[in-house]
Design a binder for this molecule. Structure first.
Ligand code: S3P
Length: 170
């Protein structure tokens, strides 16, 4: 199977850590869209949002999805908002299997309460914002999921193993 493995899900659900783990185990190359954008532009996600705005960031994401869709055999951890643009998903799905890392607002808050790297959560009430965005997006994540892994129950290694088992069934 030389399709890309596309990890989608809300901020802080474990896409990057699980993706890196999957990459080590499968030997497939790992790409993190946020990391790639930061490296390409030479700025952090927060700086990009602050200086150029979210719309510009979304354009960079869109350009990158088009580029990634040409690659094969990669593990791709996506930014949590990538699903908002159906063209991104269309491109990524051309040569990829979509795995939704499902989480809960409570678990996400717990993972991100001390993290300041997500500009969209840089608000006085972080938990409220997480719930608001989560409710807006949960149906979108579910609609693209070819495999769903509930990340609230297990640790990173166990979740990685679950993904491998599911992929073997395909
Ligand atoms: C975003 C998620 C972030 C990053 C940006 C916007 C979002 O990525 O792309 O801060 O809209 O959900 P992670 O999901 O890796 O945190």
């Amino acid at each position: 199977m030389n399709k890309n493995i596309i990890l989608i899900g809300f901020m802080g659900c474990g896409k990057t850590s699980i993706g890196k783990n999957l990459s080590i185990i499968t030997g497939k190359m790992f790409i993190d869209t946020d990391e790639q954008i930061q490296n390409d532009i030479g700025m952090s996600i927060s700086q990009i949002f602050e200086q150029f705005g979210e719309k510009y960031f979304r354009k960079l994401e869109n350009d990158l999805c088009r580029q990634i869709s040409k690659s094969k055999n990669k593990i791709i951890a996506t930014g949590g908002g990538i699903v908002k643009n159906s063209n991104n998903m269309k491109k990524l799905m051309e040569n990829g299997i979509v795995i939704y890392l499902k989480s809960s607002p409570e678990k996400i808050y717990d993972n991100l309460k001390c993290d300041n790297s997500r500009p969209l959560l840089d608000v006085p009430d972080k938990f409220e914002k997480i719930k608001e965005l989560f409710n807006q997006r949960v149906n979108i994540y579910e609609s693209y999921a070819q495999i769903t892994i509930d990340t609230t129950k297990n640790n990173i290694n166990e979740n990685t193993q679950l993904i491998i088992e599911q992929l073997q069934k395909l």
